[in-house]
Design a protein around this ligand. Structure first.
Ligand code: URP
Ligand code: ZN
Ligand code: ZN
Length: 471
């Protein structure tokens, strides 16, 4: 068979199976998976050695903010910087957000953000965002869907910035449903959060050390319950971003049992870090929304990686640096929320859950690549090694032990919330469209080959037949 390269000797891991296979690549696509050794050595074909390694579809990060402006802060990375970090961490597709600034049209935000895709080292897709409904919103959403932007982010919090009211959420759900898309939503009851913040300011304190009590678990549960009711009333699919408690995840799982098409995303930091981080010397390093929860809550949330109730794992990457995080550390209401994590998502989850807790490598791929591709209309082009898929591949050494340190990472910031964490497993070679961009763990090709990938209409029947639990 005519191929441009072959990955030999590894164990291919797909969401639904794994086993020894050689991977043939031609014209930037997967050409075939073959029995090990079936291809005769040919000097015109580049051979990539994967003996002792796992061969994974490149990660798909469904939740990645690039150069994101909120209030007075803008996160620090460009597409080139964010995707450099992504590929070094084994992720080969990011899904970014086009969140309009106050007064900006959602469509204009999407057009501006989409134009940046070509600066990326890997491909990207985009979530739109609606904050306020007006007479033009339905047409804007139609234009976005026609251009492959079908998932629409909404917020129940951040009043005056990106919070939408219930009417806007309902209308957006109706419209995206009919356009083959869905609303993806940040759920925290703003009323409960504002009350908790006000009480904290008058008592315990509102500095970063008190982050956890300013956004309590009940704020998340309350908003999830309301959004589920709106979605059920409209028979509209819905995807909950960064669910941080088992209770929130279970509310969604119960709604699925009642017939709603609903998905749960969890993010790395909620699955691995806990609120003891706020008792340390630099609690501002860990300020994110929802906040880190108790160790017991983290344990209970992590269980749902095994039950199947968590659909995807994202990073919620926000590349602020310590200067930004420290500038308002005395008052979390004024701080930039969010943690850098596009590069650490896969290694941290692999180490903590596959190595330490026995999550299967296939489920890891399902959560971190295949399901994110499915729920974003990118599958099977992304998130799979099936013939015809883009040859975006992470060759993974499951045995290497290493210690996370900001010096070895590529994110455009000066800290990582995982500093000093000892991990086992990391990508060694990463291919984007058949090109080796990371080799022996080092970036070797920084060519900007990124494309904006248009989402196909979401096919929930196909997702049910595939690997996503729908009930
Ligand atoms: O703290 C967070 N998550 N910041 C990023 C914006 C968002 O809410 O996703
Ligand atoms: Zn959010
Ligand atoms: Zn986010």
């Amino acid at each position: 068979m005519n191929a441009s390269s072959v990955i030999r000797g590894g164990t291919v891991v797909e969401a639904s199976w794994s086993g020894p296979a050689d991977v043939l690549i031609r014209n930037g696509k997967i050409a075939a998976l073959l029995e090990p050794g079936a291809v005769v050595a040919d000097p015109t074909v580049q051979t990539i050695d994967a003996v002792g390694k796992l061969v994974l579809p490149g990660g798909v990060d469904p939740h990645c903010h690039v150069g994101f402006t909120s209030g007075e802060f803008t996160s620090l990375d460009s597409y080139a910087e964010c995707t450099t970090a992504a590929v070094c961490g084994g992720t080969t597709t990011i899904v970014d957000f086009a969140i309009p600034r106050p007064g900006q049209r959602p469509l204009d935000a999407a057009i501006a953000q989409r134009a940046k895709a070509v600066e990326g080292l890997c491909d990207s897709a985009l979530h739109g965002c609606v904050v306020e409904w007006d007479d033009t919103t339905a047409d804007q959403l139609k234009t976005m869907a026609d251009n492959g932007i079908r998932t629409v982010k909404m917020f129940t919090t951040y009043a005056g910035e990106s919070m939408a009211d219930a009417h806007t959420i309902l209308r957006t759900m109706q419209t995206t449903r009919d356009l083959g898309g869905m609303v993806i939503i940040h759920c925290e009851s703003d009323a409960i959060v504002v009350d908790a913040q006000t009480r904290a300011a008058g008592a315990a304190g509102i500095d970063a050390a008190h982050m956890a009590c300013t956004r309590p678990e009940i704020a998340e549960a309350a908003a999830v319950a309301e959004i589920l009711a709106i979605a059920e009333s409209q028979h509209a699919p819905v995807y909950f971003v960064h669910q941080s408690t088992a209770e929130a995840v279970e509310l969604v799982a119960d709604a699925r049992k009642r017939g709603l098409v609903a998905f749960t995303e969890s993010v790395t930091h909620h699955l691995v870090l806990d609120d003891r981080a706020y008792t340390g010397e630099e609690p501002e390093r860990f300020v994110c929304c929802p906040p880190l929860r108790s160790a017991e809550a983290v344990e209970a949330l992590g269980e749902h990686l095994f039950t199947g109730h968590i659909t995807t794992i994202g990073s919620d990457h926000c590349c602020y640096d310590l200067g930004q995080k420290q500038s308002h550390r005395h008052d979390v209401r004024a701080m930039p929320n969010g943690l850098p994590g596009v590069e650490t998502r896969l290694p941290v989850i692999f180490s903590r859950y596959v190595n330490d807790r026995g999550l299967s490598a296939s489920r890891f791929v399902q959560l971190s690549a295949t399901n994110p591709a499915r729920t974003n209309g990118l599958y099977p082009r992304k998130g799979s090694l099936m013939p015809g898929a883009d040859a975006d591949i992470a060759i993974w050494d499951p045995q290497t032990r290493w210690t996370v340190g900001v010096d070895q990472l590529h994110m455009a910031t000066d800290y990582t919330p995982y500093e000093g964490m000892e991990l086992k497993g990391r990508p060694t070679t990463v291919l984007v469209g058949g090109h080796v961009v990371v080799d022996h763990g080092e970036l070797v090709d920084a060519t900007p080959r990124g494309r904006h990938i248009e989402a196909n209409p979401l096919d929930f029947r196909e997702m049910a037949i595939g690997c996503i639990p729908m009930a």
